[in-house]
Design a protein around this ligand. Structure first.
Ligand code: ARG
Length: 466
């Protein structure tokens, strides 16, 4: 091959690719389209770093001051919408630094002393996720307060308790609401635990090995509200377990939300009519005038798909990555951003829906009284008053349920003679335990559904949430 043909071949090849691959490379490589959301954290991290560099005598105080002023200008430009984000500058870190250079000139180049984008991005992202963990706790507490208000209002309203979605035993509305207060309380605890664990500073780990400059990592950690610097520089730049914990806690919360959402969908149906959702959280149908659709509940029920998807995605990205930083980890942000946005919206929508919903007390009670919901109370009565072994009592009660079913009535509608046909020891007293109010009032065991128990649990939570 002569030089001439080689050049021609290159010219043909290059003509197509000289700009092509660059544009594609930029498209796959740049993160500014999404990591611009970290601008406030990025600037806070740079301010802490510059102040520390000056305090340690690594840069001149006048340079640190110029950097500080310049960063404040960049911050106000971004917040005022006057900042031009440039894809060719790849990410938020380089966009901020390049603008700083335009504003203050030479001192801007000193900011990156004893630092790398690796510890920079780890710091920014931790700060961002930390804020989201706090926001999740706030959102969960607001939702718990809404559930608590429902529980307090209906501590003694009876409703059917279900297993297998079949009527099981009567419970109280308050008890059912408080079950979710407990779940969301544990969820808040998970975010708080994750926050405490993530609150260590990666800043100063530099690219991966630390730095030869006499930096003060404790000072930057403190300035950014971290409890302490991370103890291993390789770990500091290469783990995203804090994001995985946030996503995992989000997925569990979203699972709880989806269960409550599903109950609201069922309860608001014409077949149940347990609750009426407010107009503010429902939609109409364009063709069926009678419809009031529980769209918010349905969407909350579905959101777990996105949140769990993000969780699986980041686990998959992180799995098998060798230490320390790899560009793969740039894939962490979009997943966490989307999951956090989704979670906060779902929490807010659920809070509004719960706050607005009205439980139909009469329908709840009617449903609680049907379906032989007090059969267990009858069996317990036979054990207590007639001295039957529970297994025998269960059998006798089963026969009475079959009889009532055949007659198309409920247990309290059977006559005493009919009752006694199943067991001669049954007397008039039995009717006292067949009522749903007596049934729930008798469930006084700790954590049981008796209104007294529910009120005690509600009072405990009210104090905690105050
Ligand atoms: N945009 C990058 C990220 O999100 C920042 C860190 C880049 N570091 C590097 N060595 N290229 O992960």
């Amino acid at each position: 091959m002569t030089d001439k043909t080689k050049a021609a071949a290159n010219a043909m090849w290059g003509g197509r690719f000289a700009s092509g691959p660059d544009a594609i490379m930029q498209a796959i490589n740049a993160s500014i389209g999404f990591d611009r959301r970290l601008y406030a954290q990025d600037i806070a991290g740079s301010r802490a770093h510059a102040a520390m560099l000056a305090a340690q005598g690594i840069i001149k105080p006048s340079d640190a001051e110029a950097i500080r002023e310049g960063l404040l200008t960049v911050l106000s430009e971004i917040e005022g919408g006057q900042f031009t984000f440039r894809t060719e500058l790849e990410d938020i870190h380089m966009n901020v630094e390049a603008r700083l250079k335009e504003l203050i000139g030479e001192p801007a180049g000193r900011l990156h002393t004893a630092r790398s984008r690796n510890d920079q991005v780890a710091t920014d992202f931790r700060l961002w996720v930390r804020d989201q963990a706090d926001a999740a706790v706030l959102g969960l507490k607001a939702l718990q307060r809404a559930l608590l208000a429902q529980a307090e209002a209906g501590a003694d309203w009876v409703m059917p308790g279900f297993t297998h979605l079949q009527t099981a035993q009567p419970v109280t509305w308050g008890h059912h609401m408080m079950a979710y207060v407990e779940m969301f309380g544990r969820d808040a605890g998970r975010f708080a635990d994750a926050r405490a664990r993530m609150n260590e500073s990666p800043l100063g780990a530099a690219a991966l090995a630390g730095t030869g400059f006499p930096i003060d990592r404790a000072a930057t950690a403190k300035a950014l509200g971290f409890d302490r610097p991370m103890a291993n520089s390789l770990d500091a730049v290469s783990d995203r377990d804090f994001a995985l914990e946030f996503l995992s806690a989000s997925a569990i919360t979203a699972t709880h939300l989806s269960r409550l959402a599903e109950e609201l969908v069922i309860w608001s149906s014409a077949q149940f009519r347990f609750v009426t959702l407010s107009d503010r959280f429902t939609t109409g149908s364009s063709i069926m005038p009678q419809k009031k659709n529980p769209d918010a509940a349905e969407l909350i029920r579905a959101k777990i798909g996105r949140i769990l998807g993000a969780t699986v995605a980041l686990f998959t990205v992180m799995k098998g990555l060798p230490l320390a930083y790899s560009k793969d980890m740039q894939e962490d942000k979009e997943q966490v951003f989307d999951a956090a946005d989704t979670l906060m919206l779902a929490l807010a929508a659920m809070e509004g829906m719960v706050r607005d919903l009205s439980a139909n007390r009469a329908n709840l009670e009617k449903a609680a009284s049907s379906g032989f919901s007090t059969a267990t109370d009858l069996a317990d009565w036979l054990v207590r008053e007639a001295g039957l072994p529970f297994r025998d009592a269960h059998h006798v009660t089963g026969a009475l349920v079959a009889l009532a079913e055949k007659k198309g009535c409920d247990l309290p509608d059977l006559s005493l003679t009919e009752m006694q046909s199943a067991h001669p020891a049954i007397n008039q007293e039995v009717y006292s335990v067949l009522g749903v109010h007596n049934s729930v009032a008798s469930r006084q065991s700790f954590g049981g559904t008796a209104p007294d128990q529910v009120r005690a649990q509600a009072a405990r939570w009210a104090a905690r949430l105050a």
